[in-house]
Write a new protein. Structure first.
Lengths: 113, 112
């Protein structure tokens, strides 16, 4: 079974620039999550999708972050404009359904200078 | 808001010793997970604990759950260097859409 795929693996941008991350979940997984992990901290949920609908985006900074999951499969997370404090690893995870275990991708490490 | 607290946050221990990592959570949880993360790597699932009194063991690691105390423990027996990593506990419940809420992690270093 192929795992959760994320790209790019690393990204360095200057503050105020925009950036986008891509995630391809495990085939057949209905639930998709984006987490932000700042160095030295635990992952924090940004947004949770069930198919192509949003279940929870209460911790997503909507003035600069956006996410979509078209057709209920792949997802993109965008930051515009980026701030220094956005430097983190962005983890995508998927699960078969809301109550099944999460499978995490390798993450995208973002550095904002 | 579901809060998860781990302690200690940093742990340095000698090979062969035993130690316990604690995880407290603030509200009723449906499931409790333990994950391992190596530097620069993603999260690897270790255990899922579903009910009060649940105990799971894998090698030198044993996890337990006390839902009445809202407490889980991860016990390390006779530590070896390969166990050096960061360990996270995470909980979910229906109020959070079953999304995982993570603790800050316990960074474990096992030394000779």
């Amino acid at each position: 079974e192929a795992g959760v795929a994320q790209s790019p693996r690393y990204k360095i941008i200057e503050k105020r620039q925009s950036v986008a991350f891509w995630c391809n979940p495990i085939s057949g997984h209905a639930t998709l999550y984006w987490y932000q992990q700042i160095l030295g901290q635990g992952p924090k949920l940004l947004i949770q999708f069930q198919n192509n609908g949003v279940v929870d985006d209460s911790q997503l900074p909507k003035d600069r972050f956006s996410a979509e999951r078209l057709k209920g499969v792949d997802s993109t997370l965008k930051i515009q404009p980026a701030k220094l404090e956005d430097s983190a690893v962005y983890l995508c995870a998927s699960s078969l359904d809301l109550t099944s275990p999460l499978h995490f991708g390798n993450g995208t490490r973002l550095t904002v200078t | 808001e579901l809060k998860v607290e781990q302690n200690p946050l940093f742990l340095s221990m000698q090979e062969g010793k035993n130690y316990t990592i604690y995880c407290n959570y603030s509200t009723t949880s449906d499931r409790l997970y333990w994950y391992r993360q190596d530097p620069g790597k993603s999260l690897e699932s270790l255990f899922v604990l579903l009910s009060n009194g649940a105990v799971k063991q894998e090698g030198r690691l044993m996890a337990s759950l006390d839902t009445k105390a809202r407490l889980s423990t991860l016990h390390i027996t006779a530590a070896v260097h390969d166990l050096s990593a960061t360990y996270f506990c995470a909980v979910d419940n229906s109020n959070s859409g079953y999304a995982l809420n993570f603790g800050k992690g316990t960074s474990l270093l096992v030394t000779p």
